[in-house]
Design a protein around this ligand. Structure first.
Ligand code: XMP
Length: 507
């Protein structure tokens, strides 16, 4: 197990992911919440930070139980920290050092740098520089502008690097982390999806025994993989509930329910479309719609769960990024996404114990775990879809007729993406029904009908996104199909806004 102490760098999660890509388990903790019991951690990594070690407010935790006692790697701020507070000197750089650099000097015969040669590309992002190394340190590598790009402290397994091994542009970054974690810290590379499934299933069995568990399936990756793990552990003592809120994609309720049954899940489909549409009548405010959909979901879910006699547990598909305590004041990226997320705020009054089998996994790991349990690629590769569904893609008030129109439009777009081999290149896609009627002409008739906007974005976590440069031929064909096949639509536009400043959804 590797401890990553977070000093607030935007790259901290990337460090954890890189470590896990090496099949080594890692956990992130805020620098000011150092675990009391460090015995489980075989190595510690200090992240970067937006702060400067020279400022009064510089994060300055007591590492006396770590430094010199466990393998320790400081990255960027972490390296500066280990210098500045241990007899070295950190000063503002003469030139700002951002972006690409190449190693111009690499000390030979160092385990830490094994397989990394002069010329290797590294990525810098700092405005302070280490002028003098800490006591007992030797320089291991330099770049043209940064003399002390890497160092070690003699007699300890303490290392510092000024560049970021976790980012993609540092070509040998993963190798360097492997050198540190495997060669120097002696960690085993045994954190694999199969091993995760095996140990998690055992733990779930131990924790839950023969009690009953309820889980809300959404059709998304997280809840589906969580369900599969629990199914492996406790079989039909897992009661899955899949609610149709009437705002899903065309035929999605039936087809996903079918897939779940094929996977052997004990699942009940509940069609509550009418209840949702009824409650939404006349509401056109986006947050108002979200609140109604959330409230009705809880009512429906609660009704259904009461039918499962003597249930003791509520399972949720919460994943690691939803839980990482962030150092930044904003509460961290994923906290924001999750605030309007699916089953997250389910009723306290249900008085169930909560079980979250994916709570230590990143999204890509969830997919790998799903694949190792032979779950259908169609479920694992599915685009994210908001909990309120088409409800926030119909701008203005929602009617059954508008839902039907948008379902048709969306189906043509999404099927087209699949047919053209574009679906997996896009992070999320969908169509918005705009509250705009515009003039058109069909045959000799003048029309006055609806306009739809298509949106397809690239992203990694939904926090930032850019529109996808879909081929014109595809857009042309899709637009034609939509206008010819969907009654009530006479105009199609493609959204070319990035996030920020726009958002992915229009509401
Ligand atoms: P925005 O529109 O904020 O979307 O750029 C970012 C990601 O969050 C999804 N999203 C939601 N998911 N309930 C959800 O479960 C919501 O109310 C909601 N609003 C946005 C959106 O689809 C995108 O993936």
């Amino acid at each position: 197990n590797v401890l990553i102490l977070d000093f607030g760098s935007q790259y901290t999660q990337l460090i954890a992911r890189r470590v896990r890509e090496l099949n080594i388990y890692s956990e992130i903790k805020p620098y000011n919440k150092l675990p009391e019991d460090l015995s489980d951690y075989k190595a510690v990594i200090l992240s970067g930070s937006p702060s400067s070690v020279r400022s009064e407010q510089a994060p300055h935790p007591d590492l006396s139980e770590i430094k010199g006692k466990k393998p320790l790697l400081g990255i960027c701020y972490g390296a500066q920290y280990l210098s500045h507070f241990h007899g070295g000197n950190v000063a503002p750089s003469a030139t700002r050092e951002y972006g690409r650099a190449n190693l111009s000097y690499v000390k030979q015969n160092e385990d830490f740098l094994s397989g990394i040669g002069e010329g290797s590309q590294v990525w810098m992002s700092h405005s302070d520089t280490i002028k003098e190394l800490p006591e007992g340190a030797v320089c291991l590598a330099s770049t043209h502008d940064v003399e002390n790009a890497a160092y070690k402290i003699e007699g300890e397994t303490t290392y510092g690097i000024q560049f970021h091994p976790e980012v993609y542009h540092t070509t040998d970054g993963k190798k360097l982390l492997e050198n540190f974690l495997v060669n120097i810290a002696g960690l085993e590379q045994d954190w694999t999806p199969d091993a995760f499934v095996e140990t998690t299933v055992e733990e779930l069995q131990k924790e839950i025994g023969d009690e009953k568990v309820i889980l809300g399936l959404s059709g998304g990756v997280d809840s589906s993989v969580a369900a599969m793990l629990l199914h492996k552990a406790i079989g039909d003592h897992l009661y899955c509930i899949f609610v149709n809120n009437g705002l899903l994609r065309k035929n999605e309720f039936e087809s996903v329910l079918d897939q779940y049954k094929h996977m052997g899940l004990n699942v009940k489909g509940v069609d509550a479309s009418a209840r949702f549409l009824d409650a939404l009548k006349g509401e056109s405010d986006p947050e108002g719609k979200r609140k109604i959909i959330g409230r009705v979901f809880i009512e429906v879910f609660d009704d259904e769960s009461h039918k499962v006699e003597n249930a003791k547990w509520l399972a949720q598909g919460t994943i690691y990024p939803d839980r990482i305590e962030s150092v930044s004041a904003s509460g961290g990226p994923s906290a924001v996404i999750k605030s309007h997320h699916n089953v997250g705020g389910l009723p306290d009054y249900m008085k169930l114990k909560v079980v979250e089998p994916l709570k230590m996994l990143f999204k890509d790991e969830v997919r790998r775990v799903g694949a190792s349990m032979d779950m259908p690629a169609e479920i694992l590769g599915r685009h994210p879809f908001p909990g309120p569904g088409l409800g926030i893609r119909i701008l203005g008030d929602i009617t059954a007729e508008k839902v039907a129109i948008l379902q048709e439009v969306d189906a043509i777009f999404i099927d087209g993406l699949k047919k053209w081999g574009l679906y997996d290149k896009v992070w999320q896609a969908g169509a918005m029904l705009l509250p705009v009627d515009s003039v058109g002409v069909m045959g000799d008739e003048r029309t006055y009908e609806k306009c739809v906007a298509l949106r397809a974005v690239e992203s990694t976590d939904g926090m930032t996104a850019d529109w996808v440069n879909l081929p014109y031929e595809f857009l042309q064909k899709t637009s034609n199909d939509i206008i010819n096949k969907v009654k009530g639509v006479n105009r199609v536009v493609y959204d070319i806004s990035s996030k920020p400043p726009a958002t992915i959804e229009w509401e």
